[in-house]
Design a protein around this ligand. Structure first.
Ligand code: FA5
Ligand code: MG
Length: 438
């Protein structure tokens, strides 16, 4: 036992933490189609089972008398939405004009409204679409392949076998186009099962922007020329937006891949000594536009993360803070103003390690563990870091050790209260995940 524990405490937590950068689901993930990796396929199958276990665990909250939204908690066997998560639906932080997310949203909308005044094309602005969308809208309409990894219940919250919690605001592209809008912005909360750290939270906010150009193809002479003009307008619009938010900041375009745009780009800005990806965008795939009834009309689309921008602009160090109802947080912001957040003291952390055997190692998915921790510890969990992992050379069993860092943003925690939480985490792990706790 002793050497195993030693291994757990001595391995490089820093390296693991450093590797956990911002998820780039619709870029990086797309080079790894689901099913291309047998180990991953086993993991996904096993995890699906686990997800169902956890769903049953959350169903017990129904008995506790909570009012659950029937649009989200359908009782369908595919449903993997935890109650703690669905409680975030309806908070609509982006619609609060004096919340940092609302303040940024208003700025960007203002910028595009002004720009529209010069182009003469009105922008339709929407921020209240319910986050339950069809699988068709979230994936199929956007040409995301049927076997793509982002569709897995490991990465996505399913409501039933037809609907998900939207994983991006791109889910509204096709319906908005289909309704006839030529320019629109759609802002909303999006949901992804993900790792746990300062920049990742299972709910965050995106703004989608789309503009199509009727008649441009005919005017430009060829599709190739037209695409160039659309690309230029897209880049002008977004650089202008960044200027409106950050002033004359250093910025660069990075070529990337999205299934729904071609060519595709990411915009990065140089801020506080590092390059930061703020949005993905590109020229819309013609098939999407065509299916939405707009024929060969050319268009562009972008999707940006509001938290990402807000963390930089307001200097908010932890993504959990956006959800804080502590007056020391909320009272610092007022409508229309971008101001620096002053942290109201940093309370001491308290960390707990959990080590266990998994057999086979491919049968375990980290996201399932993260969700248990989130479910038990809620916003007291600052981060979860994989500190050690190895496969036993003789038995072939896998070993993992995670460090759960607890820290309240509002008060000091006691070791005793965290012990109670950690015990509950272990209990739920033993029930829901096929692991042998050590
Ligand atoms: C998308 O979601 C695409 N739908 C964006 C898009 C729209 C591309 C239209 C082309 C056309 P991605 O997963 O990279 O792409 O997310 C877009 C932005 O959301 C990122 O640039 C980042 O600002 C933000 N974002 C992504 N993941 C997170 C996260 N876990 N936490 C906070 N912000 C995130
Ligand atoms: Mg990205």
């Amino acid at each position: 036992m002793a050497p195993i524990l030693l291994a757990c405490y001595m391995s490089g937590a820093g390296a693991v933490a450093a590797a956990g950068g911002m998820t780039a689901r619709y870029t990086r993930a797309f080079v790894r189609p689901l099913g291309s990796n047998p180990a991953a396929a086993t993991r996904r199958a096993a995890s699906h089972q686990q997800t169902r276990h956890m769903m049953m665990a959350s169903a017990s909250s129904v008995a506790e008398g909570k009012q659950l939204d029937a649009r989200v908690h359908t009782g369908h066997h595919k449903n993997n939405v935890p109650v703690a998560l669905s409680e975030k639906i309806g908070r609509e932080l982006h619609r609060n004009p004096s919340h940092p997310l609302g303040i940024i949203k208003d700025r960007i909308e203002g910028y595009f409204r002004e720009r529209a005044a010069t182009t003469g094309v009105a922008v339709e602005i929407v921020d209240n679409f319910f986050p339950v969308v069809s699988i068709v809208n979230n994936f199929d309409d956007l040409l995301i392949p049927p076997d793509h990894v982002s569709r897995s219940p490991i990465d996505t919250y399913y409501v039933d076998d037809q609907q998900v919690l939207r994983t991006h605001t791109s889910a509204h592209q096709s319906t908005m186009l289909g309704k006839g809008y030529e320019a629109f912005l759609v802002t909303g909360d999006v949901y992804r099962r993900d790792e746990i750290d300062r920049t990742h939270y299972p709910v965050f906010h995106q703004m989608e922007g789309v503009r199509v150009f009727p008649g441009l193809l005919e005017k430009s002479g060829s599709r190739e020329e037209g695409v160039k003009m659309v690309e230029k307008d897209l880049k002008d619009a977004l650089e202008g937006m960044v200027m409106a938010l950050f002033g004359d900041v250093e910025r660069r375009w990075v070529d990337t891949y999205f299934p729904f745009t071609d060519p595709s780009f990411e915009l990065e800005i140089f801020y506080n000594d590092e390059w930061l990806e703020v949005l993905g965008c590109g020229v819309m795939q013609q098939e999407i536009v065509r299916k939405a009834g707009k024929g060969e009309t050319l268009g562009w689309a972008f999707g940006l993360g509001l938290e990402r921008l807000a963390m930089v602009l307001f200097q908010i160090p932890d993504i959990r803070l956006f959800w804080s109802t502590d007056k020391r947080f909320t009272d610092q912001f007022s409508a229309g103003k971008i101001s620096k957040f002053s942290p109201f003291s940093k309370y001491p952390p308290c960390y707990k390690d959990v080590s266990f055997w998994v057999d086979p190692v491919a049968g375990f998915n980290n996201n399932d563990f993260f969700e248990i921790v989130r479910g038990v510890g809620g916003d007291l969990v600052e981060s979860v870091v994989l500190v050690d992992e190895f496969v036993h050379p003789k038995t072939g069993r896998g070993s993992k050790c995670f460090r759960v860092n607890y820290r309240s943003m509002e008060r000091s925690l006691t070791n005793d209260e965290i012990d109670v939480l950690q015990e509950e985490v272990r209990k739920q792990m033993a029930e829901a995940l096929k692991v042998e706790l050590r």
